[in-house]
Design a protein around this ligand. Structure first.
Ligand SMILES: [Zn+2]
Ligand SMILES: [Zn+2]
Length: 165
């Protein structure tokens, strides 16, 4: 089977086109080569960044969820969380699960702030699930560091005990 590329006008085998539902033979109307040129230009033009900004403003919880999953994977952790599930949780997370402080989901605030939401591993294992994670503020996450939740509470208790002497 062959198809005509509407961009370069070449007639090429169907395998030279990207899959695309709803088009003739289930492939895109432009060949792979033309797509490559297009996407290269697209990213070079900086339009991708504009689109990303818009997407972030429109769907802050979704962008946070996908970025959180990606960054934890990059960090070498196993993530068994569906970003859609995480987004659902993010939408409900108005307050930090540790200190109760209000989280700020406003997108594009520049650098990380103390009340910027982040995903915390409750038991600090290297496999992340919805059950062993919670959404906390950046400051709590930094303070907790690599402690488990139990260790953190113990630590706080020790501080209170010592300081009240
Ligand atoms: Zn083409
Ligand atoms: Zn907090």
């Amino acid at each position: 089977m062959e198809k005509l590329c509407t961009k370069c006008g070449r007639t090429l085998p169907v395998k030279c086109f990207n899959k695309s539902k709803g088009h003739l033979y289930g492939v895109s109307s432009q060949c792979k080569d033309c797509w490559k040129v297009y996407t290269k230009r697209y990213y070079a033009s900086g339009k991708a960044r504009v689109v990303f900004r818009k997407r972030r403003v429109a769907h802050p919880h979704w962008v946070w969820s996908t970025q959180t999953v990606t960054s934890h994977r990059k960090y070498g952790l196993e993530v068994l969380i569906d970003p859609r599930e995480l987004e659902k949780r993010a939408r409900e997370a108005r307050f930090c699960a540790i200190c109760g402080g209000e989280l700020d989901w406003t997108p594009l605030r520049g650098k990380t702030h103390n009340d910027t939401p982040s995903l915390d591993r409750i038991d600090n294992t290297s496999t992340l699930t919805l059950e062993n994670t919670q959404i906390v503020c950046h400051l709590c996450n930094r303070t907790k560091n690599n402690r488990t939740m139990k260790e953190s509470i113990k630590y706080c208790e020790r501080v209170i005990e010592y300081r009240s002497k």
